[in-house]
Design a protein around this ligand. Structure first.
Ligand SMILES: [Zn+2]
Length: 245
């Protein structure tokens, strides 16, 4: 689940803030007993980490690639990794995710929120400075690097690179300054489009190249292949997207 999806979850789950956990359970290896009786104080996210801040600890959920959640309902047959029951009868069930309890409540001590693409303190200049330290990195890896663009995942990577007409295997240090600026801008802009489209339920329909077969601009067959050190699937137009090396 990419960063913008977690921003949406923060909104959807806003009503849970202030409620008290009466029971916590699930298939994750977590000390459940410590959670009961605690109040949900705050919901935060950093990159792909979703954070439920309680009275004296924080639940960190990483939804990974196929994670999902049900608010006030549950999956018909799957066992949740984390199920929270609240004092007013409401419940929050999480599946296919990694759960950890952090013994902290001040998340600013653990996370630099200015690297989070969806955070209002997102700092493009800082990301640019980090990119300059990695001239030999492929742009597909740079965009997915959570120390530089926390919250960016594969969809945002593919769509943002299509928008700026850069081939995913291009090297950061070979990008003309104008393209570097566009890269920073579109990683941010596309993330907000992702957020808005997901909220409207039209995200998949808006994909230009991700999981598509033909280029929406020139109708050429798109290339689909794992790229970079991360070997995540890239989708790109071999005509419109320029390789800078
Ligand atoms: Zn094309």
């Amino acid at each position: 689940m990419e960063g913008p999806a977690l921003t949406l979850l923060k909104e959807e789950a806003h009503a849970f803030i202030g409620k008290k956990i009466v029971e916590a359970s699930g298939s994750s290896k977590v000390d459940w007993d410590t959670l009961a009786g605690q109040q949900l104080r705050q919901l935060q996210s950093w990159g792909k980490h979703f954070l439920l801040v309680l009275d004296n600890c924080t639940i960190r959920i990483h939804y990974l690639m196929f994670g999902n959640y049900y608010l006030n309902s549950r999956h018909p047959d799957k066992t949740p990794k984390l199920s929270l029951q609240f004092n007013d009868g409401s419940e929050w069930n999480n599946y296919n995710c990694a759960v950890r309890i952090l013994p902290e409540t001040d998340m600013s001590r653990l996370y630099d929120f200015s690297t989070d693409i969806m955070d209002e303190s997102w700092n493009a200049a800082k990301a640019k400075a980090k990119l300059k330290n990695h001239p030999g990195m492929q742009v597909c890896d740079a965009l997915m690097n959570q120390d530089i663009f926390a919250g960016v995942g594969n969809v945002i990577k593919n769509e943002a690179l299509f928008r700026i007409a850069v081939q995913p295997e291009s090297l950061v240090g070979a990008l003309p300054p104008r393209k570097l600026t566009e890269l920073l801008r579109e990683a941010h802009t596309y993330s907000y489009d992702f957020y808005r489209w997901r909220k409207e339920g039209v995200l998949r329909k808006k994909y230009c190249v991700h999981q598509r077969k033909y280029c929406p601009t020139c109708d050429t067959l798109l290339v689909k292949k794992p790229t970079g050190e991360l070997q995540r699937n890239s989708f790109y137009c071999p005509v419109d997207q320029v390789l800078y090396t």
